[in-house]
Write a protein that binds this ligand. Structure first.
Ligand SMILES: [Fe+2]
Length: 182
C-alpha cells in the first residue's frame, strides 16, 4: 500500500518551491529512470521514484555577480544533506510511513558524494538506483537543472508514474498471494 502519492508530493508548496528551484524537468526524468531501474532490479518503485523526484530539493543557487559560480558551489554545497532533511520532513508531514521516509531520505543523502572527502560510498540497491537515475539525466555544466517543462505536462507525467507504481505494487501483492497459495 502507498501512504503518499507522487501527485501529493508534487502539489505540496514545499516541493513547488524547492524541486522547481533545482529543475522540475530533471526531477521528472530522473523519476522515470528510477522507475525503470527499480523494475529491473526488483526494488520498491514507490520508494525509488519518490527519492528520485525529491533528490535535488536541497539545492541552493550559487550566484556571484549574477553568474552561476561553480567554484562557490563546489566549496559550499551540501544539497544532498539539506535535501534529505527536507524530503524527510515533507514525507512525514504528508503521512508517509516512517520506515519509508527514512529509506527515501537516505537515498537522497547518498545520491551524490560531492560533499564528501574522496572515497567510495557503499550504497544499497535503492540508493544506487537513485544515483544512477540522476547520472542518466545529467548534462554537462549542470544544464539539466535548467530544462523546462510546463505544469500541464509535468502533471501528466506524474499521474502516469503514479499509475505505473500502483500497477507494479498490485502485481507484487498478487505474486505474493499466489506463492502463499501453492
Ligand atoms: Fe540531480
Amino acid at each position: 500500500m502507498r501512504y503518499v502519492t507522487l501527485m501529493q508530493l508534487f502539489e505540496h508548496p514545499i516541493t513547488q518551491k524547492y524541486v522547481k528551484r533545482a529543475g522540475l524537468a530533471h526531477a521528472i526524468s530522473t523519476s522515470y529512470h528510477a522507475f525503470r531501474l527499480a523494475k529491473q532490479k526488483q526494488v520498491n518503485p514507490d520508494l525509488a521514484v519518490k527519492a528520485a523526484f525529491l533528490h535535488d530539493m536541497g539545492h541552493y543557487t550559487w550566484y556571484r555577480n549574477g553568474q552561476w559560480d561553480f567554484d562557490l558551489y563546489k566549496e559550499n554545497d551540501i544539497h544532498a544533506i539539506k535535501g534529505a532533511e527536507r524530503a524527510h520532513k515533507l514525507l512525514i508531514r504528508l503521512g508517509e510511513d516512517r520506515k519509508n521516509a527514512k529509506q527515501i531520505a537516505l537515498a537522497v543523502l547518498l545520491h551524490t558524494d560531492s560533499y564528501l572527502p574522496a572515497g567510495d560510498l557503499d550504497r544499497n540497491a535503492l540508493q544506487e538506483i537513485v544515483a544512477q537515475a540522476d547520472e542518466l539525466d545529467e548534462e554537462p555544466s549542470g544544464k539539466h537543472h535548467y530544462r523546462k517543462i510546463s505544469d500541464t505536462k509535468a502533471r501528466k507525467k506524474i499521474a502516469q508514474l503514479d499509475e505505473w507504481i500502483d500497477a507494479e505494487l498490485a502485481k507484487a501483492v498478487n505474486e505474493e498471494h499466489e506463492k502463499s497459495e501453492v
